[in-house]
Design a protein around this ligand. Structure first.
Ligand code: 3PG
Length: 219
């Protein structure tokens, strides 16, 4: 995939954050999201099945872009790259993580929650960030304030995003897409309720389109 972090975040209005407990759920969940209109997902490395899930999606669902999230240490970073993930997302940023990620041949979206985090990211050449945890870190008001001094960066707010507030986030110039786990609740995955995942995905796309239409009318 020849893509930058910015173009990655522009691929979708909503980036699904997916926790996979059973590797057998990996392919159907990726297909259910794609069926609903979203051909990208972040598999969080919070379960023993997550690395195998990335491997299977990469091998069996080639029209879905699969990335790894919850990259909190070098072991997870190496495992995700080795599994074939196509992008990486971290919840926060340290100098060691920035150094390890800056020359990787895939988009990396580091997590930030304040001006100092952004400045650290900029020092290492990152300009597209996960704003995490979005709602708990000040939400839309914080993003508007951060957009002042940091003009040329883009955010994927994640953490507390839902169909109720996604349009308000997407309306901000500094927001390319939002992330969230609400499309793939653990209970639905456990029940293998793939059509319900597809419905939630379609609803999210519809909510994002409404926002785009409102913007077009305003313009
Ligand atoms: C994440 O795990 O990256 C976020 O915590 C997802 O947040 P959400 O569960 O509020 O969508």
């Amino acid at each position: 995939m020849n893509t930058t972090s910015h173009s990655l975040l522009e691929m979708t209005p909503v980036l699904p954050v997916v926790q996979i407990a059973d590797a057998d759920h990996a392919i159907p969940v990726a297909q259910a999201l794609r069926q609903g209109g979203i051909a990208i997902l972040e598999v969080v490395l919070r379960t023993p099945a997550s690395i195998e899930a990335i491997r299977r999606i990469r091998a069996e669902v080639p029209d879905v872009v699969v990335g790894a999230g919850t990259i909190t240490d070098m072991g997870k970073l190496d495992a995700a790259v080795e599994a074939g993930c196509e992008f990486l997302i971290t919840p926060g940023l340290t100098p060691a993580m920035a150094k390890a990620c800056k020359d990787l041949p895939m988009p990396v979206v580091p997590g930030v929650s304040c001006a100092s985090d952004i400045m650290l990211g900029l020092e290492y050449g990152f300009t597209a960030f996960k704003f995490f945890p979005a709602e708990a870190s000040g939400g839309i008001a914080a993003l508007k304030a951060l957009a002042g001094p940091f003009g040329d960066i883009t955010f994927c707010p994640t953490g507390g995003i839902s169909p109720d507030n996604l349009a308000a986030y997407l309306a901000l110039d500094c927001v390319s897409c939002v992330g969230g786990s609400w499309l793939t609740p653990k209970a639905l995955l456990k029940r293998q309720a793939w059509s319900e995942v597809t419905s939630l995905t379609q609803q999210a796309i519809a909510a994002a389109r409404l926002d785009q239409e409102a913007l077009n009318c305003a313009g």
